[in-house]
Each structure stands twice: as C-alpha cells, then as structure tokens.
Design a protein around this ligand. Structure first.
Ligand code: SF4
Ligand code: ZN
Ligand code: ZN
Length: 311
C-alpha cells in the first residue's frame, strides 16, 4: 500500500513532480501551503485590500478556497469579484456558484453586471461577431472586457491588488507563445506579481506554480462545487489555437519529464525575468472617455462600448 509522505497513512494521490504520495488531508495542506508561499514570496506586504476575480470555474474556486480565508486570517481585506458577462446558460450558473461559496465562507463579494453597468453583454457581442460585423474572435473581445473591468472596478473601489486564478498550464502556454512571437511586452506581464503604476492596479497570480491537475484534485479532495457548464463560445471563440497546442504539448512532456513545466516557470520567474528590463508604462496614454490607461484613445473597452451602444 502506498503511504502518505507526511503521516504514513493510506495514500490518496501520487504527485509525479514531487515523487510523493499524499493522503487527502495532507494533499489539501500541501496545496494550500504552496499557494500561500507563492503569494507571500512575490506579493509585497504593503497590499491590504485585495480583489479576487472568480468566475466559478475549477481554477478560480480553488483560488477562492485556498487563498481568501487565509488572507482574512492574516488581516487582509479580501473581496470576491464576479463579472456577469451576460452569457445565457453560463453566466447565471457562475454567479450562483460564487454567491453560494462566498456566503458559505462569509467572504464579501461584488457581482458586477456588464449589461447593467455598461449596457451590453457578451451575447450581444457574439451575435455581431457571428454575423461578421465585428471582426475579432469573441474570446479576444471578452478578454479585453474582463481585463479592463478587473482594473476599472479595483481602481474605482480602492482595491490595491487584483488576484486571478491563472494556472501553471495557462502561464506556460502564454510564455512560450510570447517568446515565440518575440512579444516582450506581454511576456513580462507573466510574472507572479506586477506592481501598480498610475491607475493600473497591481496584479498577482498565486496559482501560477500549480498545475491545472492540482486544482482538479483540490476541488475533489475538498468536495467543492464548481461551474461545470462550458461557455457556449469556447469552441467558436478561440483566441489562439497555438495556446492550446502548447497546453497539449505540456501534458505530453510531463508524462516523460514530471515537473518540467514547473521548473520552466520557476526558472523564468527567478532567473530570467530579473534580467529583463522593460518599461511597459511609457507607451500608455489616458483614455479621454474613462480616464483609464490605454495604448489608444479611446481605450479598446470604450471603443467597443461606443460601438455596441450605437449599433
Ligand atoms: Fe469569454 Fe471566451 Fe471565456 Fe466564454 S470562453 S467566457 S467568451 S473568454
Ligand atoms: Zn497524510
Ligand atoms: Zn476608456
């Protein structure tokens, strides 16, 4: 019988990259300690008012359960942000899950409706994309909306840090894609922590050293309910087939070389990034409509909003 490396009891899972077995209880401890270590190692202590972006999916509920209660126990102010994108058959379920979990844990939440606050939804955007009136893929536009709103809401409500649930698999794929494309501007955003500048609120990705598989195990170990529905635009709205290929490649690589993805990310973050000097803010203007920093004026979000309200 395989034994837990911590207590010697009956093992529940084997983690190839640690070459160890864990019982359920000690896997949960291992997971939560890892998330907390990433957070405390990379995020400066000055941040106290934290907004956690949660969609209700497996990765973000893992973030919610593993980090939010610990933040509160350690004197931080933590609020969960759910953005209702107005995707029928999807958004309402995500919202329900987020409300259920935050109520259960006694953590404050903000439910922010794109429709109520800005007068359009991703369903409306999708309709225009499918009719080829809007030329970008749905997921690219949805990505612009989410990124903008995280910052806009955090900034307006005085939060000093936005936390997202990007996993190792996500960041690994983005890193390879940015390296391949020579996109240094996006590459340097893939750090576990990006400090604030002007009205860009600081960001952290404390799950970026956790494989997606670890999140699957964590929700299973703790019996946490998460959003099982898939976004209806997931297949039609793909931003990058290349990102998917890198994700698939990582799964294959890990079979032969357990821990290769983790090693790659740790070395990028601790050895390579500190030697890259890049000042992203120099290129930013201020959007004349919303006042948020942007490469263009009006910003992409305001341009989209103007278009959606007119057409
Ligand atoms: Fe938005 Fe695409 Fe994700 Fe759906 S799959 S929530 S459209 S990014
Ligand atoms: Zn154990
Ligand atoms: Zn704007």
């Amino acid at each position: 019988m395989a034994k837990c490396r911590v207590c010697g009891g009956k093992a529940w899972v084997y983690l190839p990259w640690t070459n160890s077995w864990f019982c359920r209880k000690h896997f949960i401890e291992y997971f939560e300690r890892k998330v907390w270590r990433t957070f405390t190692k990379y995020v400066p202590r000055k941040h106290r008012k934290i907004l956690l972006a949660v969609s209700g999916g497996k990765d973000s509920v893992s973030l919610l359960y593993s980090l939010a209660p610990r933040l509160i126990d350690n004197g931080y102010e933590a609020t969960i942000l759910y953005i209702d994108l107005g995707i029928k058959g999807y958004s309402e379920y995500g919202r329900e899950i987020v409300v259920k979990h935050t109520d259960k844990l006694g953590i404050d939440h903000i439910i922010y409706s794109l429709d109520r606050e800005h007068g359009f939804t991703i369903d409306m955007v999708a309709e225009k994309v499918l009719k080829k009136i809007l030329k970008k893929p749905i997921c690219s536009i949805c990505g612009i909306v989410k990124r903008y709103l995280y910052n806009y809401i955090a900034y307006r409500h005085g939060y000093d840090l936005i936390v997202t649930g990007h996993t190792l698999n996500d960041v690994y794929a983005y890193m390879l894609s940015d390296l391949g494309n020579g996109d240094i501007e996006d590459l340097v955003k893939l750090k576990p922590y990006i400090p604030e500048r002007n009205s860009l609120v600081a960001r952290a990705k404390p799950l970026m050293f956790n494989y997606e598989y670890e999140n699957t195990l964590y929700v299973e170990a703790r019996g946490i309910e998460y959003l099982k529905q898939t976004c209806p635009y997931k297949l039609v709205g793909k931003k990058h087939p290349l990102i998917d290929s890198y994700k698939k490649q990582l799964i294959e690589l890990e079979k032969k070389h357990p821990g290769i993805g983790l090693m790659f990310l740790r070395n990028m973050v601790d050895k390579i990034f500190p030697n890259i000097i890049y000042d992203r803010e120099d290129r930013l203007k201020k959007c004349s409509l919303c006042g948020m920093p942007s490469k263009t004026d009006p910003c992409s979000f305001c341009r989209l909003k103007q278009y959606m309200l007119k057409h």
